[in-house]
Design a protein around this ligand. Structure first.
Ligand code: PGA
Length: 265
């Protein structure tokens, strides 16, 4: 776990794999064995950062398989309560114990399939205050919302729900991921221009709310990012990395994609 704040890290690209409900613990270890050597010769941790969010059962084995590699570990979710009678849930303390560096909050699949509203997402953000685990807050509009011209309003409301409860410590470690729901898992990628427009709006909100801290916040793009479109997206001014689902499941493809950010630096 790193206790470096965003201004110390300096907006170097962060590429995060979101494996969703894919890959067993053994498959995750096999992935690491093939993936790690492909990144070894590159300036991981200084020119770019890479994290992997496996399903819960793979967190411990993957942590072990990544030892010494500088590749970081992320969780896909956790429950906002400290502990207690929540059958089937995982607490933040459990993630800290495994050495997780990041945790996703507000992923659109959690919002849409599991009914998580901004109140639950804000409670998770509050739980992260003072924790070494950094939040990756996912925001993004549905196709209907985009077509009705509500994109920036929706994204702003999702951001505000968390920024309203974010203290100075958490703000310094916050990562945002803009993921238009219509581009997730559909092969339909947002164009680099469209992505930059929304990222610039997010940056404006972050700076208005957090001042200089908002300038140092990394804003990742997610939604059908693949090796073939990664460079064009990552070369946009306010795109500081990517959150990758489908294209992160294959170690060779994800290595190619992760290294694409070095071409744009
Ligand atoms: P995708 O998923 O890359 O498969 O579109 C991205 C995500 O849901 O984070």
């Amino acid at each position: 776990m790193s206790d470096r704040t965003n201004d110390e890290i300096g907006r170097i690209p962060l590429i995060v794999a979101n494996w969703k409900m894919n890959l067993t613990a053994s498959e995750a270890v096999a992935f690491a064995e093939r993936f790690v050597p492909q990144l070894q010769a590159h300036a991981l941790g200084t020119r770019f950062e890479v994290a992997i969010a496996p399903a819960y059962p793979a967190l411990g084995p993957l942590r072990k398989a990544l030892e010494g590699s500088k590749i970081q570990l992320a969780a896909q979710n956790f429950h906002p309560a400290e502990a207690g009678a929540f059958t089937g849930e995982v607490s933040l303390a459990m993630l800290e114990d495994l050495g997780c560096d990041f945790a996703l909050i507000g992923h659109s699949e959690r919002r849409q399939l599991f009914g998580e509203g901004d109140d639950v997402i804000a409670a998770k953000a509050q739980r992260l205050e003072g924790s070494p685990v950094c939040p990756i807050l996912c925001v993004g509009e549905t196709l209907d919302q985009r077509e009705s011209g509500a994109t920036l309003e929706v994204v702003d409301a999702q951001l505000a729900a968390v920024l309203d409860v974010t203290g100075a410590g958490l703000a310094r470690r916050l990562v945002i991921a803009y993921e238009p729901v219509w581009a997730i898992g559909t092969g339909r990628t947002a164009t680099p221009d469209l992505v930059q427009t929304v990222h610039a709006a997010i940056r404006k909100t972050l700076v208005a709310r957090l001042g200089a801290v908002g300038q140092a916040t990394r804003i990742l793009y997610g939604g059908s990012v693949k090796p073939s479109n990664a460079s064009a997206l990552l070369s946009q001014r306010d795109v500081d990395g990517a959150l990758v689902g489908g294209a992160s499941l294959d170690p060779d493809s994800f290595a190619k994609l992760a290294l694409a950010c070095l071409e744009t630096a």
